[in-house]
Design a protein around this ligand. Structure first.
Ligand SMILES: [Zn+2]
Length: 184
């Protein structure tokens, strides 16, 4: 079977940027995702299309097919007061915070600290980066109707402990999107 849309792929992978390992999943704890529904970055889905179980391959994904180019408009100078309650030793360049914004939860990186002036950067940490993946395709199966409805993978043979209460569109059908603790 080769991977097509609406199938669940399980992969082991290592993501490196400039030779540095950023993320990985091994065979014991593979990453499972529904292919072709936009859950993964476009370049990754494109590269996996048509691959078969047992295939191992390396791919290089340009920023445009990954997290986009950096946008300098997303950097901002703010006052230290914005970080009330954050210990000084965490207010350092490179520190990352999750912030609630109009676009949802975003990762904010502290780009620079100069006294009470703090430069923050709302670009995705991997924006502007070329991503290199070493991938091994471990398993392919058809997604269940329920998985397709929810847009995420359920634990093997599993379902939700309790019925989905409503279709409010919050995406929180199973407490954060990882039913049964499988995968990511
Ligand atoms: Zn679900």
């Amino acid at each position: 079977m080769s991977l097509t849309k609406n199938q669940v792929a399980s992969v082991a992978y290592t993501l490196t940027v400039d030779g540095q390992v950023i993320d990985q999943a091994d065979k014991e704890n593979p990453m499972a995702f529904i292919h072709g529904v936009g859950g993964m970055i476009p370049g990754f889905e494109k590269a996996l299309e048509g691959k078969s179980v047992g295939d191992s391959f390396s791919i290089s994904v340009d920023p445009a097919e990954a997290y986009g180019e950096r946008n300098d408009d997303l950097t901002q100078d703010v006052s230290r007061e914005m970080f009330t309650g954050v210990p000084d030793d965490q207010l350092i360049a490179g520190a990352q915070f999750q912030a609630q914004t109009d676009a949802g939860v975003e990762v904010i990186t502290i780009a620079a600290v100069d006294g009470d002036d703090i430069k923050i950067d709302a670009n995705h940490p991997l924006a502007g980066q070329t991503l290199n993946f070493d991938v091994e395709m471990l398993d392919i199966r058809e997604a269940t109707t329920e998985e397709l409805e929810h847009g995420h993978v359920h634990a093997a043979g599993g379902s939700h402990d309790k019925p989905v209460a409503d279709d409010s569109g919050s995406g929180g059908c199973c407490g954060g999107g990882s039913c049964g603790g499988e995968g990511q």
